[in-house]
Design a protein around this ligand. Sequence first.
Ligand SMILES: *Cc1c(COP(=O)(O)O)cnc(C)c1O
Length: 390
Amino acid sequence: MYSDRLRLLPSYLFITLDRKRKELEEKGVKIINFTVGDPDLPTPKHIRDKLKEAVENFSTHRYPFGGGIKEFREAVASWYNARFKVALDPEKEIYTLIGSKEGIGHLPIAFLNPGDIALIPEPAYPVYNSGTVLSLGKPYYLPLKIERNFLPDLDAIPHNILQKTKLMFLNYPNNPTSAYPENVVEVFEKAVYLAKKYNFIVAHDAAYSEIYYPDKCKVPPMSFLAVNGAKDIGIEFHSLSKTFNMTGWRIGFVCGNKDIIAGIAKVKDNYDSGVFTAIQYAGIAALTGPQDCVEELRKIYMRRRDVMLKCFQNLGLEVYEPKATFYLWVKTPKEYTSESLAEKLLDDCGVMATPGSGFGPSGEGYLRFSLTVEDSKIEEAAKLLSKVKF
Ligand SMILES: *Cc1c(COP(=O)(O)O)cnc(C)c1O
């Protein structure tokens, strides 16, 4: 019944854990869920208000089509220039996406022929891999190890692999490791160099560019496109989801090289009809409105981070110190695998985290905790965890 390419897609990795969660919940056990990276707080009011107003403008009800209304793309361009000091042509270098996941998933269709290689970091957001596999491309994994600050070793990629490479994915600040290494710019520069030499595309996922910790990250995360020559070979994916608590709204954008954007546009124009125009107006309010809501959000994650870091420290668990993202990447003690520790925490105290191994083999030995859990539950989880015996 299913196509060969669908069968190539990996199946969901957390089946055991999720089955266990359901069993426990049926027995009435309260679960505190740290697995999903989905902000718990509401979208700021001025953005919600803008949507209401835009919905009453009936012209927004028709097919949006294409890369977004001019005003949204202009808002993106001015936000981008103010934030990253990178100039973008709103018409040719920006395309609105139904959430960045959609664009990331569709990108490989535009550029990979069967057998072409995509360089994919691991552990990673699963869509780089699924998009590649569904396009019959071949993933070549770049392990992210703590010894290298979770940066890939681009010098270790064999010449014959680079020759067949059409696409490379990068993601900083990084999900799931929470890394934003100071020397990320060196990897960006090397990626540009290799992409030009071997003629491939670099796609940088900047979904967490605004979710950083002001006390640890003195300079806000940079854009890949700010690197010399990056726009010749690269694009960057952005999302309003994490920055403005808008995961459910489905709006993001891709920007950068106009020919690459045109390829994505061609796929999308055949597949979908764009982002609801009223949501684009709300997106303009998000990008051009007051930004103190984002500053406030960073402070909230900072408080939650401190509660959980202290809790893990008291437990004697090693945690990578995050500079950005709302994740904590926690090392499992050697007696445990990612899965067995996740299962133990769920059994012993109803605290649920994602096994790092679900993001790729190099994630083995870690658990990912998402701080998108309300404050009171964070406090409660910290108390429950403090009683766990290893
Ligand atoms: C959340 C996330 C996205 C996708 O967000 P959208 O809601 O689809 O815009 C993309 N990349 C990473 C790494 C993410 O964590």
